[in-house]
Design a protein around this ligand. Structure first.
Ligand code: S3P
Length: 182
């Protein structure tokens, strides 16, 4: 097993709307792994939905809860860990992601992302006067951070879910020395 991936988890990172939750569900089903989602853990533990956490306590508090959620997963193995789009913003989180397993970034072009995130209004960071400009700015800030944290990046813009999952499983099989995957 590679020293860079001590635990047999696949950690999904990427901007809002890149498909982390859907791909996470598919990977978990295909591999028989448990699906864990840091946003869900935060909501469960805080007893509040994400927009409420941002509104009542601010983004910095949400980021603290996000770091705590990652730290709580250190003993887990054979999990798919889906994360929120801003998890890479903190330096400490990027190191933690690597400790947790094989880190895969899902990417997509700006048009695809904007089209996908426009379908719901649950994301507090995009409740701005010009959500398109916000997406553009956050993408510019975060792209280098996803690239730095990830061991594999898959552009999801023009691939089916099955193709994306297949590529991730193929690479994970090599990283974890699985004999019979895919
Ligand atoms: C965020 C992304 C969200 C959620 C929160 C903050 C971000 O997760 O963690 O609203 O900073 O990009 P998704 O990427 O699952 O939408």
């Amino acid at each position: 097993m590679s020293a860079a991936a001590p635990l047999e988890n696949i950690v999904l990172i990427g901007f809002m709307g890149t498909g982390k939750s859907s791909i996470g569900r598919l990977l978990a089903a295909k591999l028989g792994f448990q699906l864990l989602d840091t946003d869900h853990l935060i909501v469960q533990r805080a007893g509040m939905e994400i927009p409420e956490i941002f509104a009542s306590h601010g983004e910095a508090h949400f980021r603290d809860l996000e770091t705590a959620a990652l730290e709580s997963l250190r003993a887990r193995s054979r999990c798919i860990i889906a994360t929120g789009g801003g998890v890479v913003v903190r330096d400490a989180n990027r190191a933690l992601l690597r400790e947790l397993g094989f880190v895969v970034a899902l990417s997509a072009n700006e048009e695809v992302i904007f089209e996908r995130v426009s379908r719901n209004s649950r994301r507090p960071l995009l409740q701005t006067e010009d959500p398109r400009a916000t997406v553009q700015r956050l993408l510019a800030e975060r792209r280098p951070l996803y690239a730095e944290a990830a061991q594999l990046t898959v552009d999801t813009s023009h691939l089916t879910h099955a193709q994306i999952a297949g590529e991730i499983i193929e690479k994970a099989a090599a990283v974890f020395s699985w004999q019979d995957a895919a």
